[in-house]
Design a protein around this ligand. Sequence first.
Ligand SMILES: NC(=O)C1=CN([C@@H]2O[C@H](COP(=O)(O)OP(=O)(O)OC[C@H]3O[C@@H](n4cnc5c(N)ncnc54)[C@H](O)[C@@H]3O)[C@@H](O)[C@H]2O)C=CC1
Ligand SMILES: CC(=O)[C@H](N)C(=O)O
Length: 383
Amino acid sequence: MRISSYPVVSALLSHNPKTVLRHSLHTFNISNQQRLYAQALRNTTPGTNIKYQQSYPSTKQRVLITGCMGQIGVELIEALAARYGKGSVVCSDVSTPTKDNLDQFAPFYFCDVNDRERLQMIVDRENVTCIVHNAAFLSASAEQNVAAAVRLNTIGLFNVLEIAKRNHLRVFVPSSIAAFGPTTPLESTPNTTIQRPTTVYGIGKVYAELMGEYYALKHGVDYRSLRYPGILSYKTKPGGGTTDYAVHMFYYALQGEHYECYLQPDQKLPMMYMPDCIRGTMQFILDTKQEQLKERTYNIAAYSFSPIQLEQMIKKFIPSFSVSYRPDFRQGIAESWPRILEDDSARGDWGWGEEFNLEKTCRDMLVNLSKIIPNSVKLQNID
Ligand SMILES: NC(=O)C1=CN([C@@H]2O[C@H](COP(=O)(O)OP(=O)(O)OC[C@H]3O[C@@H](n4cnc5c(N)ncnc54)[C@H](O)[C@@H]3O)[C@@H](O)[C@H]2O)C=CC1
Ligand SMILES: CC(=O)[C@H](N)C(=O)O
């Protein structure tokens, strides 16, 4: 059983219209939300012919985020809502919110992006102006789910582009350092260079970049993409990537536990803190005019570090932290990726710039995570 759509008011209209119409979602208390959620779970499946009542006011920007429940989606929703108001974001994923965080994702639609009809229905209903296509299997999980990853990277992407073409939408599809491969110059990887990735995830990213460019050229779709490095965050957890180790280290350190790292100690990779990722993404999608763009896809970078450099940085604040190294298949992925990403084009064309260096990131991560993790280890030298 799945949620068909949220605002769940819509799910209830066919069952108890009088009760539902008496309320506005803005004034629902938690118990009402929980009741609606339970009823939505019982009564709706994708494709059910339910009546719809829009519960949030329209704004100029209506951004549909696919894969909204992921590490980046959750934080992007928050930032978009803070800037344009809650009515500006439409959420969708194949994972569903819980009854406790339902309001945070409202309006929420269950949507597998491989289902074009459903995607089109959401775009029509919600007057979407822009799609942020975050739905993905990240590098490590894609290697373990090759068929599903290929389907998502091809059919899912094609659906998004076709709908963007038909509805004149702006589209943002995140790319990644994974769009490069072992034959790329990896020490200072330029924006335009050899792209022959050796992971199914990376191949999907190159496909998206090229298809996006094709739709821009042939059909005038306003396609935009940023090649993100590994993203560090404390509000949300990473979901199956090769760079996840960096976030894991903070958790283990604060929990007072030993960490066994799956990469070699000297495997340097480009990384970035989530606030920079979100700020840069918003700036690129919403504040940058088409005329400023000389490329459709830009590298963006903040800093690079290896696992042992991160271990040493965390030890400045938690001296008892210990790490051992036992590389697995993810080491092979990591060593095919850039060690340092060059992002001059993004800085020059539309003013990209990071605010967090590694030390500032570590301090912020540790301070904030220590408030979340119960009985976390006491930080030293933090101010
Ligand atoms: N987090 C990172 O370090 C980086 C992320 N990116 C890219 O940014 C985007 C967002 O990444 P994250 O939020 O970290 O990913 P994530 O793995 O945390 O979340 C992806 C979401 O996509 C959903 N999803 C999977 N299959 C789907 C389908 N068929 N239809 C609809 N939804 C589906 C999942 O349920 C999940 O909530 C992805 O395109 C990713 O490749 C790029 C570089 C770095
Ligand atoms: C760099 C990425 O694209 C992602 N974090 C991954 O490790 O798969």
